[in-house]
Write a protein that binds this ligand. Structure first.
Ligand code: NAD
Length: 290
């Protein structure tokens, strides 16, 4: 059984990006720059944004982090986005989700210039993705595609099941896997909280992407021998024995899945690291121009 190690695949992506930024530096060019906006102080969001900034530094990208209080007015956030849209030194803008309830997420996403939308959530970019046009692929599905590519996982003609239909993971993942691309050409079933006979559907799958946010949901009895298992889930589960008081759990019962799968992503150390790789690649793409 092959462990799809995110550290290895992400390091390969980052090494290529570092070569590119070093070449830009040698040519006296401006560096690609990512601007991140963090509203409030949600623990997980803090961790994700800190990691994104750190990874920018490691690959020679510039980055700025703008922090706003949890009760910031929506208009203030929108004004910041408008300013960054106009800033010629800023290539990519990301607003860390989720946002506080008084801020309308769709309004914020649509305020970002589609040419700087490195999260790929703007409806214009989602439309381009659906039509198979050049676009910013949302970072997590993009990271999964990069992972499949790195480990030479064959997808053509396979049955893929995606569990979860969110705009940031499940839905774009299902579109990509069904697209006519190297890591696509699957026959895709997308499942959600109203899906019946999920176990039977999963048992017919050659590839399963679990992105629902329910720890240990996908158990061994739901997996066909030899299937490829991609675990997107990241849930903080309280654990008094852990140093931080919690442990990160995926959506897949890892030990049971290992006994069945031909390849599997661990949590942590799998898709999460690839998400950042996807984001960095999008930022380079924004710098170069879509
Ligand atoms: P979400 O809550 O927006 O969507 C969850 C989806 O799962 C929904 O479409 C829902 O219908 C479906 N679902 C819920 N319960 C189900 C069930 N019992 N059976 C079938 N479907 C069910 O979540 P999201 O933002 O897509 O994130 C999913 C998970 O992935 C979370 O754990 C999140 O933390 C994680 N995540 C990880 C990364 C990463 O980089 N690894 C990135 C984004 C999200």
């Amino acid at each position: 059984m092959l462990v799809l190690d995110g550290k290895i695949a992400a390091a390969a992506v980052k090494a290529t990006l570092l070569e590119q930024t070093q070449a830009l530096k040698a040519a006296g060019k401006r560096m690609p720059h990512l601007a991140a906006i963090l509203v409030g102080n949600n623990g997980a969001s803090e961790t994700y944004v800190a990691s994104k900034v750190k990874n920018c530094e490691e690959t020679g990208f510039g980055s700025s982090l703008y922090r706003m209080d949890a009760d910031v007015e929506e208009a203030v956030l929108l004004a910041k986005i408008a300013e960054l849209n106009q800033d010629p030194n800023c290539d990519g803008i990301l607003v860390q989700l989720p946002l506080p309830k008084h801020i309308k997420e769709s309004k914020v996403i649509e305020a970002i210039d589609p040419a700087k939308d490195v999260d790929g959530f703007h409806p214009v970019n989602v439309g381009r993705l659906v039509q198979g046009l050049n676009t910013f692929i949302p970072a997590t599905p993009y990271g999964i595609i990069l992972m499949l590519e790195h480990f030479n996982i064959e997808t053509k003609g396979k049955n893929a099941v995606v569990i979860g239909r969110s705009n940031i993971v499940g839905r774009p993942m299902s579109i990509l896997l069904s697209s006519n691309i190297a890591q696509g050409n699957c026959t895709v079933t997308i499942c959600h909280s109203h899906t019946k006979n999920l176990k039977d559907i999963c048992l017919g799958a050659d590839i399963i992407v679990a992105a629902l946010g329910v720890p240990n949901f996908l158990t061994g009895d739901m997996i066909k021998p030899g299937a490829v298992i991609i675990d997107v889930g990241i849930t903080r589960v309280e654990d008094a024995t852990a140093k931080k008081g919690f442990r990160i759990k995926g959506d897949v019962h890892y030990e049971e899945a290992c006994a069945k799968a031909s390849a599997i992503t661990p949590v942590p150390g799998g898709v999460g690291l690839m998400t950042i790789a996807g984001l960095l690649k999008n930022t380079m793409k924004a710098y170069q121009g879509l």
